[in-house]
Design a binder for this molecule. Structure first.
Ligand SMILES: [Zn+2]
Length: 448
């Protein structure tokens, strides 16, 4: 391996370890008027020190330790953004699919608020989810973040919508590191829930201010701890449930859009694609029944399938959006922009196979593929990404999104798998296990 290749490989490794997301049921106060959401979460994935490049940390420190107790007189959400009547909005609904990531961001008193430049602002009343949507996603960033950062988040989200369709309503909330700014964002979020009669203000504030339970303050602390410790880490999650009426995304500070670390912007863009694909998945498993409990598990499928699907589709879509120019590259960190196909393709898959081998030999030895779950760290992501590459090579790239997911809600996962891939999942595990024993050159040959 040349030193250049080694460097590229190590870079990929470093940034790939940044984020993972898992499904941990995290139910806010059960007395809450928001009933039992199942929240898709992202436990911290600390960067392993033994196989990464040294990452320089800027000298910036987290800045504030102000109280996070909410102030009085929260401003109702509808005073912070234009209020458009639903009649007026429906008249102006676009009839052609979104084709641009252009967006507008406003620096409001309490946060930054971004919308697509071409899609209309969504109405206050929840829109049925699980259906394609004609309104803009809404992006809210803490006031200690820059407008440019919030715009970068919005562009990536819009690029994902261009690729896969607009499965709204989407609220994407991005925390910074400053405690007071985080408290302001919590207040803005809870005002919105309270104003829309979705959740009691006090309960909302209490949960989101808690350092755990995967609330807003949890995500703020992920970023603050990363900056303070010099160890880059990003977590993002999709939450919400059908009865909430919207997809809730929460993210720690997207460090690839900042200068805290030497992390390229494409890694953050890929994370946003990954998270948004979870909304696409959930839109297809939520239309017929409750999201909670066994029904969801039976429908959604195993961890490797869900996370690997999001990761595989995110890699492909980010690669496509950047190569085609639909999405601009951000913070390339000296990397040749023309090499993005390789970075998100062959190099990423090489790294994932290497990471998988290491984790299966150390963390989860002798665990069969079907049982590789959250406890095996990101091994489920790695093996799932390769498994989806394998299935896409055998059955076509469009099968997952255009055939598998539309059939899923009615058939449930195992029967959809049998129907689409013409084998049981057990048969697949046997076949795929043999593939994993092949030399890497033969494995890479399945990639487009
Ligand atoms: Zn995920």
């Amino acid at each position: 391996m040349t030193s250049l290749l080694k460097k590229l490989f190590a870079t990929t490794l470093t940034i790939t370890l940044l984020v993972s997301c898992t499904t941990n049921p995290s139910t806010p106060n059960t007395e809450s008027s928001l009933p039992d959401p199942v929240v898709e979460e992202s436990p911290a994935t600390a960067l392993a020190n033994n196989d990464q490049e040294t990452i320089a940390l800027d000298t910036e420190e987290k800045t504030s330790t102000d109280s996070i107790v909410p102030t009085e007189n929260p401003v109702p959400n509808n005073t912070q953004q234009p209020s458009i009547s639903e009649d007026a909005q429906s008249e102006s609904l676009p009839t052609t699919p979104l084709s641009t990531t252009a967006n507008n961001c406003d620096q409001l008193e309490t946060h930054i608020y971004c919308l697509s430049a071409t899609l209309p602002t969504p109405p206050n009343t929840p829109h049925p989810w699980g259906e394609l949507f004609s309104y803009s996603p809404e992006i809210f960033c803490a006031s200690d973040l820059s407008i440019e950062l919030c715009s970068n988040v919005t562009s990536a989200l819009l690029a994902a919508i261009i690729e896969w369709g607009n499965y709204g309503p989407v609220e994407y909330w991005v925390l910074g590191i400053d405690e007071a700014a985080g408290a302001q964002l919590i207040r803005t979020y809870c005002d919105r829930r309270d104003f829309r009669k979705q959740w009691n203000m006090d309960e909302c504030i209490e949960r989101e201010s808690s350092p755990d339970q995967y609330g807003f303050n949890y995500y703020r602390r992920i970023g603050a701890d990363a900056v303070e410790s010099g160890q880059p880490s990003v977590e993002a999650a999709r939450g919400g449930a059908k009865h909430w009426g919207f997809h809730l995304f929460t993210s720690s500070i997207p460090v690839g859009f900042t200068d805290y670390f030497d992390i390229p912007g494409w890694d953050e863009q890929k994370i946003i694609f990954h998270e948004y694909f979870h909304a696409v998945q959930m839109a297809h498993v939520s239309t017929a029944d409750s999201l909670d409990g066994p029904r969801r598990d039976e429908t959604e499928g195993p961890v490797w399938f869900v996370e690997g699907g999001a990761e595989y589709m995110a890699l492909k879509a980010t690669q496509k959006a950047l190569s085609s120019g639909v999405l601009d590259q951000v913070n390339t960190r000296g990397q040749n922009p023309d090499s993005i196909d390789q970075t998100l393709g062959r190099e990423m898959f090489l790294w994932k196979m290497d990471d998988l081998s290491r984790k299966l030999s150390t963390i989860c030895p002798d665990v069969p593929i079907r049982d590789i779950g959250w406890e095996c760290e990101s091994a489920s992501y790695d093996i799932g990404t390769w498994a989806h590459a394998y299935l896409a090579n055998k059955f076509g790239n469009d099968t997952l999104l255009k055939v598998f997911y539309p059939a899923l809600d009615e058939l449930e996962w195992e029967d959809t798998f049998i129907s689409l891939y013409d084998m049981t999942s057990d048969d697949f595990y046997t076949e795929f296990d043999q593939f994993l024993q092949l030399p890497i050159s033969e494995q890479l040959a399945i990639l487009p």
